[in-house]
Design a binder for this molecule. Structure first.
Ligand SMILES: [Zn+2]
Length: 316
């Protein structure tokens, strides 16, 4: 396969996962949801992802004017960095944002500065390009439990703090599915073993809150979904096991952080411990003991998770 079709994976209920080409293949997805000729994007990747999203829309036989909604689960740039540039291409779309996130997408300067602090200037430029502001008139502030319509389908936006304070998830109750952004962790398809998913929490700076994150996982599960669509990456099922592992692993991060807190070499210990913990989970999952590949797939998350845990330790 060539072109955009190789970046599109089709799922039930009119859902297509589009590979945002962020860092490596199948790391970040934007989900296109189509109902009766109306469309929504859930998360957008970065500004560099936008041409792929528009090509995927065209491949689905839809026009930019058919898109009613751009739903940004939270304002981290791998989820919403491309929202402004995408909105410029979609004449009828509104962008739903958490009340605490909206100003960051209308005036992105602070968001950009925060991201440069995490990634460094050079990597930031390579990953994200320019961040286009979203005109305030096109923003819908999504309160907890806000309901929006997509071609007769109802979507509920629920606040799910823990990964980020300004995070919401998108519940499609009729189809028994949820788009979880980063609240239900990361599950790269690279780690699937015999169709079974591997899951880890993500604690990107600066809002990691373990108690809130576990409560948010419980809240998602209270809807009794049959599948959850993660930005990183696409559909997971077997949700009872994954929810249990998510919460156990949040507590394991907390335990690791607490053990390293007062060490003079805290940063190095945390990073070593984080990778070792993930490696042990992968061993138990039956994933091949290929350290080079594990590092290639996990090192960025080890670094982000440890930065987030350090911010949390310093805040406590
Ligand atoms: Zn995030």
């Amino acid at each position: 396969m060539t072109g955009v079709s190789s970046k599109m994976s089709e799922y039930r209920a009119g859902i297509t996962a589009i590979d945002c080409d962020y860092v490596r293949p199948k790391l970040a997805a934007s989900h296109l949801v189509v109902e009766s000729g109306h469309a929504a994007f859930v998360d957008t990747g970065t500004t560099r992802s936008v041409p792929t999203l528009l090509a995927a829309l065209e491949a689905k036989g839809l026009a930019p004017a058919d898109v009613d909604w751009v739903l940004t689960t939270h304002v981290h740039l791998d989820h919403a960095g491309g929202a402004g540039a995408l909105m410029q291409a979609l004449p009828n779309a509104r962008c739903a944002i958490h009340p605490r996130g909206a100003r960051h997408l209308v005036e992105p300067a602070k968001l950009v500065a925060g991201s440069i602090a995490v990634y460094g200037e050079e990597r930031y430029r390579a990953l994200y390009g320019e961040i286009v502001p979203i005109p305030e008139s096109r923003v819908v502030i999504a309160g907890d439990g806000a309901r929006i319509a997509l071609g007769g389908r109802e979507l509920e936006l629920i606040h799910t703090p823990g990964h980020a304070l300004h995070h919401y998830c998108v519940v499609d109750a009729a189809n028994e599915l949820i788009f979880s952004g980063d609240t239900f962790g990361l599950s790269y398809r690279d780690f699937d073993v015999d169709g079974r998913a591997f899951i880890i929490p993500t604690t990107t700076p600066v809002h990691f809150d373990p108690d809130a994150l576990c409560r948010s996982v419980d809240r998602l599960m209270s809807y009794r979904p049959k599948s959850i669509f993660l930005t990183h990456y696409a559909e997971v099922t077997e949700l009872d096991r994954l929810a249990r592992e998510m919460k156990e692993r949040v507590l394991a991060y907390v335990d690791l952080g607490s053990r390293c807190r007062d060490a003079p070499d805290r940063a190095a210990r945390l990073r070593h411990g984080m990778f070792a913990m993930m490696a042990a989970w992968l061993d138990a999952h039956g994933y091949p003991r290929d350290d080079a590949k594990r590092h290639w797939l996990l090192d960025d998350d080890v670094e982000l998770n440890c930065q987030g845990i350090e911010v949390w330790l310093d805040r406590k």
